[in-house]
Design a protein around this ligand. Structure first.
Ligand SMILES: CC(C)(COP(=O)(O)OP(=O)(O)OC[C@H]1O[C@@H](n2cnc3c(N)ncnc32)[C@H](O)[C@@H]1OP(=O)(O)O)[C@@H](O)C(=O)NCCC(=O)NCCS
Length: 254
């Protein structure tokens, strides 16, 4: 009996949190969302939970793999590739970018579709407590993420299951945090930082634009732009290629 009551109370808490997230976030055009990238079955679980909590309708995928066109992925249709997407009505749905291969690809894909008039939608698991958190547009937060008070998540940020973003930490545009990583308090990530699975960043550090933190690394010092950091304590093992900077997304103008 005690267990049942606890479970009901927890359910109420989840619904209340989801409702808060839903009312504070801009609704996608037409109340509908399509995904970019049909690869990760975790999406299907998120779809069920987010749809119930927010009423947003998820309609299907766009993916450049020609073999996927006309098939279903996790119960939703794959409409076609990016050329097919460009032919669609911009007022009919918003886009959630599921690409997480690297932060540059994720950033450039979101930028391309924003420049072509599409709205970036959120994909946020309803169990996450967002009290005291500032969110940009097009934010993707998986189940079990902890985001503490005073955190700022920029446009196009993605945080995977079980990661913890501690108080007053700030993630710039298109940062990606892999499962189980921990960012301590008052950390600053410049745009395009990738934090590998299970990695940790110690308090008050600042990681330069495009830094890659290897899985399991512990960052104990500030990093410079495009550093690749590996090990415990982490050392710089190289730099990612010096290509075009992370240009602004301007998602808030849509
Ligand atoms: C650090 C990282 C970026 C290096 O990638 P890479 O340049 O392609 O490196 P390689 O795979 O060629 O490995 C190069 C060497 O580093 C070692 N290495 C790779 N990643 C390492 C890590 N995280 N920690 C310690 N050593 C690592 C490899 O064993 C290899 O050693 P060797 O030369 O003695 O054989 C990558 O391995 C990594 O950890 N990425 C994060 C992955 C992740 O968590 N993704 C999230 C998915 S949700």
């Amino acid at each position: 009996m005690r267990q049942a009551m606890t479970s009901v109370a927890h359910g109420e808490l989840i619904r209340a949190s989801a409702w808060r997230a839903a009312v504070q976030r801009p609704a996608p055009p037409g109340g509908k969302v399509a995904f970019i990238g049909a690869n990760n079955p975790e999406t299907a679980r998120m779809v069920r939970d987010v749809q119930v909590a927010t009423g947003v309708e998820f309609i299907g995928y766009f993916d450049n793999d020609p073999d996927k066109k006309g098939r279903t992925f996790c119960g939703l249709p794959v409409f076609g590739g990016f050329d097919d997407l460009l032919g669609c009505d911009r007022t009919a749905f918003g886009l959630v970018n599921l690409i997480t291969r690297d932060t540059k690809t994720r950033h450039e894909t979101t930028r391309f579709f924003a420049e072509n008039g599409f709205a970036a939608a959120d994909f946020i698991h309803p169990s996450i407590n967002l009290d005291g958190v500032t969110l940009g547009r097009g934010v993707y937060l998986q189940e079990g993420v902890i985001v503490q008070g005073g955190v700022v998540l920029g446009d196009n940020v993605c945080v995977n299951s079980g990661a913890t973003i501690s108080h007053e930490t700030s993630l710039g545009t298109s940062c990606f945090v892999a499962p189980g990583a921990t960012l301590a308090g008052l950390v600053t990530l410049e745009p395009g930082v990738l934090i590998g699975a299970g990695a940790s960043v110690m308090p008050r550090l600042s990681l330069g634009t495009g830094t890659t933190v290897g899985a399991g690394a512990v960052i104990t010092k500030d990093t410079t732009e495009r550093s690749i950091m590996v090990g415990v304590p982490a050392v710089e093992t190289g730099k990612t290629p010096d290509d075009e900077a992370f240009l602004p997304l301007f998602l808030d103008k849509m």
